[in-house]
Design a protein. Structure first.
Length: 209
């Protein structure tokens, strides 16, 4: 009986130590992420929780080849900047701009999301940028969806980053909202090439709502 009690006590101590170690490790990681958040100067750009979730997704993505993280905040209306490109190596915000969402995802704000072919809705989750090409929208960037059931049909759906005249401030000024795509995160022609050239070839995109 004493042996059994001793075993239970030792097991409890080991488990408690492991839990404490995990807690310390998680706290240390969160502190590191928060420090980066402040160093980059994102306090007035986005909530810390959004950056933390995106950064953790970046860390967890084995295929990431570039220290660049793009965050799309679809909680915001299309009239606001909600596409953010962060240079993690230089610790600076490289771009912040408007981005279009899918025509069937909503009006000014996206409220419906899909991974279904021909849905013409925006997909959420983690993406990895891949190769560039020239198509009907000009210079474009193919994306691979890494979130199973959320965006893993991105290739099949031809979800890419491309330029669109309806993704400009002028369009907002005339219509009161940004135009919508068939599910692609479309950007203004003014910055499309610069953004694509920075994020192409294996950087992480985190799309949230």
């Amino acid at each position: 009986m004493k042996v059994k009690s001793l075993f239970i006590l030792l097991s409890t101590l080991v488990l408690s130590t492991a839990v404490s170690a995990n807690t310390i490790e998680n706290t240390a990681q969160e502190n590191k992420i928060e420090a980066k958040y402040h160093t980059i100067g994102l306090e007035k750009v986005m909530d810390f929780e959004l950056f933390k979730d995106a950064y953790q997704a970046y860390i967890a993505t084995d295929g990431a080849k570039k220290p660049v993280l793009t965050i799309i905040d679809y909680n915001r209306p299309s009239t606001e900047d909600r596409f953010f490109v962060i240079d993690l190596e230089k610790e600076k915000l490289a771009f912040k701009t408007h981005v279009a969402h899918g025509v069937n995802s909503g009006g000014k704000t996206a409220t419906e999301f899909s991974n279904t072919v021909s849905s013409r809705q925006t997909s959420l989750g983690v993406f990895l940028t891949n190769e560039t090409y020239y198509g009907k929208h000009g210079y474009s960037l193919r994306l691979d969806g890494l979130s199973k059931g959320m965006n893993d049909k991105a290739r099949e759906r031809a979800i890419v980053i491309h330029a669109a005249e309806y993704a400009t401030q002028d369009f907002i000024n005339k219509h009161g909202y940004l135009g919508r795509s068939w599910g692609c995160p479309a950007l203004s022609p003014e910055i499309n090439k610069d953004v694509i050239d920075m994020i192409k070839g294996g950087s992480v995109i985190y799309a949230s709502a």
